[in-house]
Each structure stands twice: as C-alpha cells, then as structure tokens.
Ligand binder design. Sequence first.
Ligand code: NAD
Length: 526
Amino acid sequence: MRHRTLLPEPGRLSSIFEKPLAMNAKNASALSYDEFRRYAAALKPETRMFIDGELVDTDSGARFETVNPANGQVLATVPAGSSEHVDLAVVSARKAFKSGVWAHMEPRARMEVLYRLANLIDEHALDFALLDSLDVGKPVLEMLTGDVPAAALTFQYFGETIDKIEGVVTNTASDAFHYILRQPLGVVACVTPWNYPLLMNAWKVAPALAAGNSVVLKPAELSPLSSTLLAHLFVEAGGPPGVFNVVHGAGSTVGKALALHMDVDKISFTGSTAVGKLMMVYAGQSNLKRVTVETGGKSPQIITAQVPDLDVAVTYAVNGIYGNKGEMCSAGSRILVDVNIRDEFIERFKAKVGATVRLGDPLDPATTMGPLVSRSQQQKVLSYIDIGRKEGAELVLGGNSPEGFDAGSYVTPTLFSRVNNQMQIAKEEIFGPVGAVLTFSAIDEAVAIANDSAFGLAAGIWTSDVNAAHKMARDIDAGVIWVNCFDHGDMTQPWGGFKQSGTGRDKCLETLLTVTQTKSVWMHLG
Ligand code: NAD
C-alpha cells in the first residue's frame, strides 16, 4: 500500500516563550487565587510581532504600553508596528498563498493542523487565560471555562469543514460542461476588538485559514498579548510559516494601512460601528477588497407578562447586561418589561445582583466582574451614567465606581428605570455594565420599541405564548433571536447583525462563503 505522510513537520516554537505555563483548561480551572497570582507573576508574554514565521520588533524602538486595568500597572510594552510592517506581513502572506504551501496542502493535513492547534490552545489554556485576563480585566476562571475552550472549538469546527468545501456541477446544455469551484480569496486581514481577545481572533482567523487563505491579524492595541502566542502555536501545530502573521499597533496606522492595502483581498473586521464604516470607505478608496464588519449593538431583552419563570428571566437579564462587565456586543442593554411586572422585575433583579455579582480581582476565582478594559472606558461609561441621570431616568442600582477599587477601572453594576427609547442611554452603545429598563403594554409596542434602533444584533424574548414568540422572532430586526434564554448558542449559529450591527456572519458554515470566492469553469464539448 502506498504510504503518504500527510502531516507537516511540527514546529518548535513554544520554546521561545521563556516560561510557557502549559496547563490545560481543566487542570487550570482548579487553581486557587494564590496559585493564579503566582503564575501571573511568572508569566513572560511574548510581545513581538510575527511575520513570515519570525518574531519581529520595530527598528525604531517604537512601543506602546498595555496596562492591567485591575491595578493600572503597565503589563508590557509592545512594538508599535507601522505601514512598513503591514507591507512585510502582506508580502509574507501573499508569498505563502501563491506558493500553495497551505492553500494546496492536502485537505486532511490542513485539518490535522487546525485540530492540533485546537489541542495546543487547550494545552496552553493557562497562558491564554492569564494573558487576556491581565490585559482586559476578564475573570481568569471565565477565560478558562468560556473563552479558551470556545477558541479551541472554533479551530476544531472550521478544521472539520476543510474537506467539505465543495463546488458544484450545474445542469447545462449537452454541449457544455460547467462546474463552479469555490476557492480561497488570498490574503485576509483580520482586525479585531479587545472585549474577547482570543475568541474574536479565533472567530476571524479560523474560517479564513480553513478556506486556504493566508492571514494578517491586527489585534486591538488594548489587548495584544495573546495573539503572538496563537500565531506561534499555528506553526507549532504544523502550519507553514508566513501563512499566519500578526502586526501590532494603532488602528489609525496599522489597521488603516491593512484596510487600504492594494494586495489585501478581504478585511474581516469586528469592532465599533464607526470604524466598521471606515473599513468600507477604505475598501472603496483602494482595491474594492471584500469587507465584512461585525459591529455594535443595543440589544433588547423583552420580558412579557407571560414569562414562563420570572426568576429565570431575571437571572438571564442580569447576566445579559453584566456578563463580561457589559463589554459585549450582544449585551441585553435595553430591558423591555411589561409595565404590569416592572416593579416586581426590578426588585428581583436587584436581589439577584446582590446575591451573584461579585466585583474583584480578575485573578480571584470568586470574582464574577472585573474592571472595565481601561481608565478611558471607565470614564466613558461613567459619563453615560451622568447623561442618564440628566435625561431624567431613575437610577435604581449602582451608578458609580466602587469604593476600595480606586487603582482599577471598575464600575458598579448599574440599572436605570423609567427610560424611554429616545434617551441617549437607550440609543447608544455604552459598552459597560449599564442596563436600561423600558416598559410596554402590548407585544406590538414591544416589537416597535425593539426595532426603533440603529442596531440589530440580538434580541431576547421571554414568553410561554408560542404564537407571540414566533411572531416576535419574525418581526424583530436582529441577526440573533433567543426565546426563553439569552446568549445561548454553539458553532452552528450564524453570529452577526442586521442594520448597523454589521454585514457579515461569524461562526457557522455561512462564514466560509465570505472567505472564499466562486470560479465558473465552462467547457465547450464541441
Ligand atoms: P474599535 O472599532 O475601536 O476597534 C476595533 C479594531 O479596529 C481594533 O483593532 C482597532 O485598533 C482597529 N481600528 C480602530 N480605528 C481604526 C481605523 N481608523 N482604521 C482601521 N482600524 C482601526 O472597537 P473596540 O473598541 O476595540 O471594540 C468594541 C466594539 O466592538 C463594540 O462596538 C462592540 O459592540 C464591537 N464588537 C462586535 C462584535 C460582533 O460580533 N458584532 C463582537 C465583539 C465586539
């Protein structure tokens, strides 16, 4: 039997991490606060960029600081890349793409690389969890039970699709044979936000790689630390150097240079609506590269009088707005409650927050809510709380930075009642732990309020009336609808918005269509 070695030689790169912690998610989840602190102190993040399989620093020595928002201390300084680094990374990505070293690698071998990468992400769960937790203030335990396994699963899921990307033969006249190939685009630039650093990088990079593209990743400047490790592990998993590149730096230089680049075929962007719009402009000003943008939200959480279990709905409403400190694109920030149950809802909501939300050091396994990502994000959120007060909304919970946490950028879980949908706090994405309770008296009114928004990312509906549930699910303008739950889903779920919440979809098979293109081959049979 002919034997073929499908697997490329594994790389050797994790050794460049001075002290890789290499502990999987299951074992790391059992660590104590003291152990997390000890491991965090031992962590030596690799901050250099990763271009053509090499670690790259700036010649000029230009660097920017990344700060731990729990205590305001500088965690690391990171090379501030320039448009020259973008050029180098794009040249590397293009060279790798043209060589076919990845795009034409046997599908099964490519699948193995992504499976191995998924395993390596788990093996390095503690490194990833600590890097992102320290960088953005996310509880380390949440990283270990949520973001890290979800990132590994993303690479596994898209790995599984590789030998299932198919073309078609069409039913044409008998003098022709027509088939349609589905091919990779070439060089995909992934520009990502800071709220789920590892996971958003995975959502962008995994489908692009699975389809055979080369990638240049530009992580947010507030959360650069875990991206070089991810790119290294790709090479360690057997991915060819040059296929997955990372350039650090400011959005206005590195992000813009990528989006304007004449040799980038696609921008896959997640971030704010304002920058998403700029991405489309940059594409139009340069080479008409494809653009998909996943942007902001102001998602309604509709609690009708027919709610099956008010306590369950309250729990989801609390998590829907205070999960990830409210720094969630899908945050259920507009809580629409039937006017007849509003007071009861608010009382139970406050009690649930008191019983379950615990502000603290993200390294403490007991912490459920860490600091906001930065001092300026904290100030932005506090200024929205001031705006809410001035607009005449009733502050029923929180509304300040908590005592005893002055060194960090914390904000207490905050809730406004008596909000109307024209107020700024109901219209704009606050991106922090600030919920707004609005009321309605009829289902149609709830749907009208839900849809009276520039955004349309997600919506939650709580009712035991099946007809009402279907009608609302049909009529609400949002890409993701949850009925009697919130924030549930798996990799099969298309993730993306209507209106100004974006133009693309993450996760799900549909995403592959956005990182591939069709080619029609028409053969005349003579
Ligand atoms: P942001 O738009 O400020 O930045 C996102 C990325 O774009 C960063 O890497 C940044 O450096 C880069 N960037 C900034 N200015 C740029 C420019 N002029 N040109 C090119 N690149 C530029 O967003 P953020 O503050 O990092 O993230 C928060 C936002 O992300 C929120 O609005 C949130 O709703 C959104 N988000 C959406 C989803 C989704 O799936 N729809 C998921 C997560 C986050």
